[in-house]
Design a protein around this ligand. Structure first.
Ligand code: ATP
Length: 264
């Protein structure tokens, strides 16, 4: 399969002086990261807190400008979010860790999905909006009567389903999930993971799945990239990286997961 998303030699520094390649000092959060995601593939990026995973994800969706390196989609360079052509903005959608802070609690579910359609008019349903809304809610396992409820009145799991529905509504090809199940109770976590696995198939999605939890990654990833201190230390098929890691750091992560009783 040819690659859809290609991240090449990405470098991001926080603080310091100067701009772009001439930046000096500061904290190097991402230090020469290269990753690829093929259509309909799930690449998990794992690593401890502070290893640079979120920063890579933010570069992919255009919320963080790298000092150097590139992100391309179908071979087209991706700039900051606001400067991307509309079809590329739609193609890459992000699901955040905490749906309660990424959704306006005062807005109804219908208004939240409607807002996504207003932001990306090319994806707005041509016919009956109510019917399209019910369809997208059904896709994420929510009843139509949730549409009129405010996000602030929903459970954490329901909120995350709404976040996923909002991303799906605009017809993405890649979902960037940044710790998308970490804030949820374990049983809800399993349901949302199942949903992502199903949607991936039904909507032919690729996933860039950021997680510190190897047990979760084991359930969803085709390939795994392990990050430490801003660098990818190991990458390969999930079965190999999680089953027979080559890098000592990956083994340390796996040991830590086993100590917590997680089956990785
Ligand atoms: N906006 C920012 N300003 C300054 N430093 C930042 C900023 N964002 C991230 N960092 C730092 O960059 C490094 C990488 O952070 P990042 O959030 O990418 O890591 P992570 O692996 O996703 O960790 P976590 O799971 O805790 O978010 C960390 O040391 C973090 O403190």
């Amino acid at each position: 399969m040819s690659d859809m998303l290609e991240v090449s030699d990405l470098r991001v520094t926080f603080g310091g002086r100067g701009r772009g390649r001439r930046r000096r000092g500061g904290l190097v959060a991402v230090d020469g990261v290269s990753l690829r995601v093929a259509p309909e593939e799930t690449l998990a990026v794992v690593g401890e807190s502070g290893s640079g995973k979120t920063t890579v994800a933010r570069c992919v969706v255009g919320l963080q400008r790298p000092d150097s390196g590139s992100v391309t989609f179908d071979g087209r360079p991706l700039g900051p979010a606001g400067r991307r052509p509309p079809e590329l903005q739609r193609a890459i959608q992000m699901v955040f860790q905490d749906p309660r802070s990424s959704l306006n609690p005062r807005m109804s579910v219908a208004a939240l999905i409607g807002e996504a359609w207003r932001t990306h008019p090319a994806s707005a349903p041509p016919g009956d909006r109510a019917e399209a809304l019910h369809r997208v809610l059904a896709d994420v396992g929510l009843d139509g009567d949730v549409a009129e409820r405010r996000a602030g009145d929903l459970s954490g799991g329901q909120c995350q389903r709404v976040s996923i529905a909002r991303a799906l509504a605009v017809g993405p090809r890649l979902l960037v999930c940044d710790e998308a199940v970490s804030a949820l109770d374990v049983s809800v976590q399993a349901q949302i993971l199942r949903l992502l696995v199903d949607l991936r198939r039904s909507h032919r999605l690729a996933l860039l799945f950021i997680s510190h939890d190897l047990g979760v990654v084991h359930q969803i990833a085709d390939r795994v990239a392990v990050m430490r201190h801003g660098v990818v230390v190991e990458e390969g098929p999930a079965g190999e990286v999680l089953g027979a890691p080559r890098h000592e750091y990956t083994q340390t992560l796996l040991d830590a997961a086993l100590d917590l009783g997680v089956e990785a």
